[in-house]
Design a binder for this molecule. Structure first.
Ligand SMILES: *Cc1c(COP(=O)(O)O)cnc(C)c1O
Length: 483
């Protein structure tokens, strides 16, 4: 590549739309007017916004150029552990864009939206089946919102029984949002340490559980990518003292069709449709965090709930006296629900199970291929993700951050780093089921190559990205949102 030409090109191109505009330039022409001019009242127009005046080609190039500064699953592998950045089948986008579904208004009378209501009822049924739970609310807008909803349900259950428990057990391998959601609900998180093999031991939970504790909030698979194999015993310990088991099922993509969370003893669980069920994740777009509960907790779910009437028609009902109320305007993010519905139908039960099996196979493949190069925090079979650390690189002065930055030069989005906190210098890699063996091999080669590079190369990385290594604190505290 000709560096100097490339650089000049960038500088010329980087002018903002406002700088590129020229008075009177335009990207369209209107048809000839055949009626008299009737200017809009000044009160309506004001002075008008100061929009730049540009040709079509200026605008198209501006936005197309901006799009090339982005990295996404449509550009390359995005192995961000605990976040499931997978390629989602485009057919589900098409279904979500169908006019009848995309342009339905939430205030439509029930007689005109029976199809949408049926889709939601069916999706609730599918999600109940997949998780092994009894009742589902599709209302929450994201994973953490689902956690809050689930915790409010737990709180309402105890309140109804006149039981004022104030604490909740949260393992050190839980997702970071778990203690925050519990605290928002007024519960005091009680930390529980995972055992030497990265999973919880029933005895240590038994030591923490008492009559003031509402239960446990357990991420399963946990953030080390490990399945909590003692969860059934742990659930028994919690239930024996009158507590409830909340499971964070955001990463259900590891266990669909394999683990039945209801039979495992889970009382409340949320899903992330924008991780496992085909809504593109990231960029702050809409998500959905449905909450699934056992029969005894169903009366507390948010309203409105969809009821199937005797004549087979669907209706929305607020008539649930024990409900925690409403957590979102209308009925949740419908477009996300359509994608999940379409994904589940197009995959079928077998397809979903295969997706989980492949997600687990891919993560274990990476784990085995890379464990001689990077320190593997817990050397045992993993689920959808595996966690390495920079322990072997530290003596050369190389850190997890350097490895992550250098990966960008190889065309990869970095994995999740420095999380979970129980692994010092963690590199948490989640390949997802959608990567082929060839792509995984290439990723392994890139990481092995990086591990053999001298420290100064890694310290100056990335060199091929538009923005080089930046001051991350300043970027967060004083963001430049216009340049
Ligand atoms: C992503 C994730 C969450 C939070 O989901 P959001 O939609 O980002 O709020 C919670 N728990 C786990 C395990 C997750 O991976």
């Amino acid at each position: 590549m000709n560096e100097s030409l490339g650089a000049t090109g960038l500088i010329l191109n980087e002018k903002l739309l406002w700088e590129k505009g020229r008075k009177g330039r335009s990207g369209f022409s209107q048809p000839q007017r055949d009626v008299p001019v009737s200017p809009l009242p000044v009160e309506l127009l004001g002075n008008g916004p100061d929009f730049p005046e540009l040709s079509e080609v200026d605008v198209v190039r501006h936005y197309t150029r901006l799009s090339t500064w982005n990295f996404g699953v449509d550009t390359g592998m995005y192995p961000l552990g605990s976040c499931t950045m997978k390629y989602n089948p485009k057919t589900n986008e098409r279904q979500a864009a169908l006019r009848g579904l995309a342009s339905g208004h939430p205030l439509l009378p029930e007689s005109l939206c029976q199809g949408a209501l049926e889709l939601m009822v069916e999706l609730e049924r599918f999600l109940a089946e997949i998780t092994g739970m009894d009742a589902v609310s599709l209302q929450p807008a994201a994973g953490a919102h689902g956690e809050l909803t689930g915790m409010l349900v737990i709180h309402a259950h105890f309140k109804k029984n006149g039981d004022s428990r104030s604490k909740i057990i949260i393992p050190d391998t839980a997702h970071g949002t778990n203690p925050a959601s519990a605290a928002l609900c007024g519960y005091r998180p009680v930390p529980a340490a995972s055992g030497p093999d990265g999973i919880l031991e029933p005895a240590s939970i038994a030591a923490l559980m008492d009559a003031q504790t509402a239960g446990i909030m357990i991420t399963n698979p946990n953030t080390l990518g490990l399945f909590e194999t003692h969860i059934r015993e742990i659930a028994d310990v919690i239930h024996a003292k009158g507590g409830l088991v909340y499971a964070d099922g955001a990463n259900m993509n590891a266990v669909m069709g394999i683990a039945d969370m209801g039979r495992i003893g889970v009382d409340v669980l949320h899903l992330n449709l924008h991780k496992t069920f085909s809504t593109p994740h990231g960029g702050g777009g809409p998500g959905a965090g449905p909450v699934c509960v056992t029969r005894k907790l169903a009366p507390f779910l948010p309203v409105p709930r969809i009821i199937t009437r005797e004549d087979g028609r669907y209706t929305l009902s607020e008539d649930f006296p024990d409900t925690i109320g409403k957590l979102l305007a209308f009925h949740g993010h419908f477009g996300v629900l359509v994608r999940a519905f379409s994904y589940i139908l197009s995959m079928g039960a077998e397809g979903l199970t295969t997706a989980s099996q492949l997600a687990v196979l891919n993560a274990n493949y990476l784990k085995e291929k890379l464990k001689t190069t990077f320190h593997l925090a817990y050397d045992r079979p993993c689920m959808h993700e595996c966690v390495f650390s920079d322990q072997k690189q530290q003596s050369a002065g190389i850190s997890t951050l350097d490895i992550a930055k250098r990966l960008m030069d190889y065309g990869y989005h970095p994995p999740t780093i420095y999380f979970p906190l129980v692994v010092h210098g963690a590199l948490m890699i989640e390949p997802t089921e959608t990567e082929s063996m060839e792509d995984l091999d290439q990723f392994v080669d890139a990481l092995k190559q990086i591990a053999s590079e001298p420290a100064d190369v890694l310290k100056t990385a990335p060199i091929r990205t538009k923005v080089r290594r930046m001051d991350e604190t300043a970027a967060a505290r004083k963001p430049c949102l216009t340049g």
